[in-house]
Each structure stands twice: as structure tokens, then as C-alpha cells.
Design a protein around this ligand. Sequence first.
Ligand code: BGC
Length: 860
Amino acid sequence: MKFQIITSLTALYLTVLTVAQFTSPQYLKSPIGGRLTTDDKWSKAYDRARSVVSQMTIPEKVNLTTGSGWEADLCVGNTGSVPRFNIPSLCMQDGPLGVRFTDFISAFPAGITAGASFNKELIAFRGKALALEHKAKGVHVVLGPAVGPLGRNALGGRTWEGFGADPYLQGVAARATTREIQKAGLVATIKHFIGNEQEHFRQVGEYYGSGPISQSLSSNIDDRTMHEIYMWPFADVVNEGVGSVMCSYNTINNTYACENSYLINKLLKEELGFQGFVMSDWWAMKTGIFSAQAGLDMAMPGDSGYFTSPDTFWGNRLTRAVLDGSLGDWRLDDMAVRILAAYYYVGLDSINTTQSGPNFSSWTKDTWGFEHPLGNVGWREVNKHVVASNNDLSKSAALQVATEGIVLLKNSGNVLPLVGGSLNPRKINIFGKAAGPDPRGANCKPDFACSDGALGQGWGSGAVDFQHFVTPFEAVNDAARKIGMTVDYDFTAFNLDGFLSKVSIADANIIFALTNAGEGFASFDSNYGDRRNASLWHNADEVILRAAEKNKNNIVVISSVGPTNLERWIDHPNIKAVLFALPGGQDAGIAVANVLFGLSNPSGKLPFTIARDDKDYIPIVTSPGNGKPQADFTEGIYVDYRLFDKNGLTPRYEFGYGLSYSSFGLSDFKIESGTAPSEQLPQPPSLKPVSALACNKPTNADAYTFPPGFAAVPRYIYPWLSNSGDVGNVKGSCINVTDAISSAPLAGGGLGGNPALFETAYTLSVTAVNNGPFPGSQAFQLYVEYPQGGKYDVPPRQLRGFEKPYLNVGQSAKLTFKVQRRDLSVWDVESQSWVVPRGKYRFLVGNSSRDLPLSAEITI
Ligand code: BGC
């Protein structure tokens, strides 16, 4: 059987469903929250939430669950408020690298750049700065971090929003970011759940160069792959206590993510023990009652399709569904309780005493505007222009992450750094369109889908307005001027006459090149979100080759959202050095200049594989098929380096690769302590009994119409019925939970799964030394090779730890890695649980996924 679909049913059922090809079974058991016995903080939050929700009316509960509509309020998403209990309209705002649609904020380096730093403390530092800026702007729920896409497709449009093409790296980074956002008292949203690996066909109605389609792309993912690859980082973040999960646009095994009961009810809420609320991606919800039953808790932005319809799937319709008994009242209670539990869990109630909501408007840059722009109601000062970014934390996080996200790929004869390296040039040229400013400015429309100048971020909802943007030209020119170096430049891409006249005059040419990508609602040069190919833009290969013909010393700096093809020139002897800079945010240019000139020793590592042949990447599905495009994840768990390693493909640069101006050594690798975990998981902790709230049986629909004299904002989504006659028969909504599980599945019972999964099994250590000649950091990586040749097909190696010490020349440090049970486990489809296979495990430590000089073994 090639594809085991997501199911926990019997082998027979599996076979039957497989014939039907890629369907997702329904799972309608009640995923009622607050039943974990393992987490006091959530339990307390649930107690508070239950006590408030038990006093609420149906419309009040509905108001928590449904957005007011696109552009109906000031943030990209806004819930209704419940004034009786002092609960404000919640402001949901992107996103993963800064506060979207406002001013005086930082454009931090992208998630992928933070991932490339392989620096846990720095990733947390970025998370903290990001969180405090959102807080200063009055945001309640941050729409980030992103771990889906995970990076299956090298050319995927939004992979740069997440942290890299490995579940472990994504999990560690997203966990640190979530922790900081929630420590600041805001709810973090981990997104997009799940399988949103490409932009093509993510939504019906968006144009991708071909089509049309009648159903969003189906990511067809088997059960083991779902667990070991795509769900893995979500499990980490649930374990951290994340308050919100955003379901994605795509379908999974042909059921829309936001109404996929197997995914939400079973995998996320039951197995991972997720305690917060599931929010739809913007208009990713396609049905009302069906989504509610599948476990969706919050409809965003609330309307059912602004561009096509001012209606809603929830709002008054949810009220009606509960009144007429089509939806059990317990489900509405559970939605409201989950939302408020997350609210209390992070402490939003205390923030609310000092801060009543957004002090900016997403919809105008003017100081004055409408509070409800869609309805043209409430003219007031909407943009207070609060300065969130002018502080040391933000500034140093922005620059440091950009710097540590730069990967040195090549440095023949140590030509770099420009000062203190072997070349020490006195005259340089700066070439390439990617060096200078975009003629349309730093903030081009729509949503930054441009690229006629240096790259700081990708495009789409994950991008923010630059308050300043330092191009590489500006920073390199400045650094050169300070030391009396001569600089000339030429940014032309196609008419190369001017460039050719300069190319041999300088001691070295620094040539900048880029590729860009973004969210599927915008495109650039026929790149519909996803990139069309891995080639450099703006004729850069040609510029590089022509420079290499005439000058012995050329340094290439690539800025890119993902892997690029380097093959036309990477082996050229005159291409002496190559830097690969991930999207560096506002100070991208300074970071590059600091590395070039040796003020910073490069320490980034590739968070993905760069292939020699583009055919080695998993392709984007660009054919609409019969209108229901299908992406079969046939490679299973073999994503990125796992695929290259398994198939014996030689990459150009492997996952985890990155040089330094120094050389580092490792010694004395050993297993310090630990005991072999049992093959099967121990029984999960018990669950608390279901505690459904008491129901006040409604009898009269009149009580649910608009309050008398209420001044409704036009086109605003409200929880009240326009007409009590809409509800045919008020049967009463007191439908009890009839079908809840009595005990957790073996893999469940705690936050993120069975708590035993997160226990340390082994502690390993190694000594690292900086052999000089420069001080600097190095990200040492730990990989695990599972027992080979057994029941489970396993990748040759998988990342399971990284540590990045800063070492002066000659300094050494002992590094410690803690390996958890789950780091040694495989997902066993038959038993629907994690198993630690018996046999020989090899731990490997080193500088990249293919440079692993030391190993230690253990037999379990
Ligand atoms: C994106 C989400 C984003 C939301 C709100 C959607 O188009 O997919 O990531 O949070 O918009 O801006």
C-alpha cells in the first residue's frame, strides 16, 4: 500500500479507504478542552474561563468566536467584544517578522533567517522583541510564528516565513518564539495547520497562471509522515502551551483543513492535547456547522468572503444553529471556553486594564480614519503612531539575526574578510541590481511583491512596512569609505556596457544577486507566490560570469528566500567567495557589510539543501488537473536532506552547511548519562471527566434578535438574529456531550502528546574549540541514525540537537545535548503510537548534516 491515509481505523478500513484514494475520515468525538491533568496553568485558566462563559448568553459566546468582518475594525482580524465581562474585541495581527500594516515598528529578519542562525537564544531574543512591538501597538493575538510550510518544496512561496526545512529546527525555533510572545502576555498563533507547502492552488479564486480550480490543492499526506514531519513542530509548540492554531487554506487528503475533523478533533485536540483555540486562516472556512463539528473555534475574518459575499458562516448563523439544535450547545461553549482559556492563560486580562486595543489602523496611514472602515463609521484618530521599535532590544535583535543568518558558502584562499583576509582589496566594485534600492522605494505595492532592488523580506501577509531599509550598497559603501577604500558601482542588469568597462579595474568585484517569493495573492514576474525556478533574478548569472571572465577576484552575495541554483559559476576559479544571506529585514545591508569587512565572523548554517540539479527538489504542482489539484507527498518522511541522503544525491551544499572565517575543532564526544527508553510508551495520564457547562434552555428566539435601539454598523458581523422568525423551531440547545473519549490515546494525555515523549533519554556532551584566527560562533549539530534494516524504513540521519557557542581564539567549551524519547521514536501506524525501535542508535556530531566527524553509539 503506497499511501496510508490519516486514520486510526482497522487495517480493513484502511484498505477500503485507500481504494477511494486520499480521503480524510471524519472524527466527530467531542474534543472538549480542559481535561488534561498534567498542566496546572491551563487548568486554572480553564476554571476562570468556564466560570465566565457559564454566565454568558449565546450571542455573547458567539461574539467571541466570530470575526467582525474584513476591514470592519482596525486589525486584520477582530472578534466581537463582551462588555458585560470586560472582554474587549481581540485584535489579531500579522505576523511572523513584525507588526503588519503600521508604522514605527521593526522589519525583523524572516523566520528562515532566524532558523539559519541555529542560535536558540538569539531566536528567543528576536521573539521577545517581536512580541513587545506587537504589545506596544495594542495587538492581542500575534498571527505567528509559522512552521507550515515546513519547506518540502524548495520553491514554495512562503517557506521563508518559517524556520527551515527540518521539523526539529522548526520545532525548537517556533517554541522559543511562542514562549516569548506568550511571556509578553499575548497569544501566539502557530500556523498553518497543515500541509500548506505551496502557494499554487491554495485558494479557489486566486490566479496562479493556470486554472481554474474548484477545490483547493489537496496535500495528500500519509499518517507516519504527518506525525514525524509535518505535525512535529506543532507538537513542540502545543507542548509549550501555545494559545492558538491557525488552520490552513489547502485541503488535506481532500478535506479542507478548517473542517477536517480528523486533523482538528483527533490529531490536534485529542492526540496533541491542544488546549487553546483553532482559528481559520482568512476565508479558509467553507462551511458553518460542519466546521464547528470538526473542531474549528474561531472564524476569521468573520465574513464568508468579502469579495464575493458580505455574509458569514457563523455570527448570527451560529446563534441560529445552536437555537434550532443543529449544533450542540456544548460545542459553542467549548469554543468560547477555549478562546477565553487562552486569554487567561497568557494573562491578556491584565494587559487589558492598561491597553484597550489597537492604537493603529491596518487600513489607512492617515492619523484620522474610521474605526469601522468597511461601514464608514466612527471617525476618529485611529493611528496614534506609537513608536514600538526605537529601543535597544529591537535594534540589536534585528541586526544580530540578520548577521547570524548569513551563510558563508565558499572562501577560496581566505579572500574574505575584506579586511584581514588574504586579499585586502583597496578598490572594489559593487554590481548587481540586488545591491541597491528599488526605484519604487522600500515599500512597494501590493504587499511588497517587487524586487527591483535589494531584498529584505518576501511578500504577502508575512511582510511589514519598512521604517528604514539599509541596502548592501549603502552599508558596503559606508564601510569602505571609513577605511579609505575606493568604491564604484553599476546596478544595471541587462545593458552591461557600463559594467564591463569597470569590471577589471577593481581589486575585487562584489556582485549581489537575489530571488524572491511570497504569498499567493500577489505575484511578481509570473512568480505566483512560489518561484518559477531556482535561478537568480535580473540576469545575475550572466553578470557573475562576465565579471569572472575579466577579474580574478569576485565575491558573490546572494540574498534569497530559499535555495538557488549556483551551478553556472560556483566552481569558477575566479569566483573566490560566496555568501548566502537569508532575508535580513531592515538592516540586511549592514549585516552583509559587517560580514564582508570582518566585523562579524559568519556563523549561519543553511536551513535547507542547495541542490546541484533543480530536478532533485520536490516540484510545485502547477497543473490544475481536473480542477481539484492533488499534491501527493509520495516522498513521505524524506523531505529535504532526508531525501538527498536516502537517494544518494549529492547536493551542492547540504543542510546545516556554513563556513566561518575561523576553524573549529571537536573532541571528546560522549554519552554522559541516560537510560534506554521502553519500546512502547507508558500509559498516558488520565483525563479529567468532561465538564460541560449547565445550559439555560432557550425557548424564545425573540431574545436573540438585535437589542432594541441598537445602532448597527453596516456590513458588520453580529451574533444577533435579524429576525426571530429565522429560527424555525427553537428546540433548545441543551444537547449534551454524548461522545467524548474516556481516556487519552496512548500517544496523548499531555500537552503535545504523551508527556513521556518529552522526557530526556540521554545527555551527550562534546568539547568544541576555536582554532582561530578569529573569534566567532559555530553551530554544532547533533544528528541521530536510527537502527538500520529493521521494521521501519528510517532516514540515514535526522537533526536532533544544535548548540552554538561563541568562542575566542583558542577558547574551548563543553556543549551538552539532551535527547528526548521522541527524538528516538518512530510513529507506528498500526499501534497509532510512538515506538522506540530496538537496535543500534548512532549519535553524530559536527558542522553540517554531512560533516559529522564524531560519533557515539548505543544499543537499545
Ligand atoms: C495568511 C495568514 C495571515 C492572514 C491574515 C492569510 O492570507 O495566509 O498567514 O495570518 O492572511 O493576514
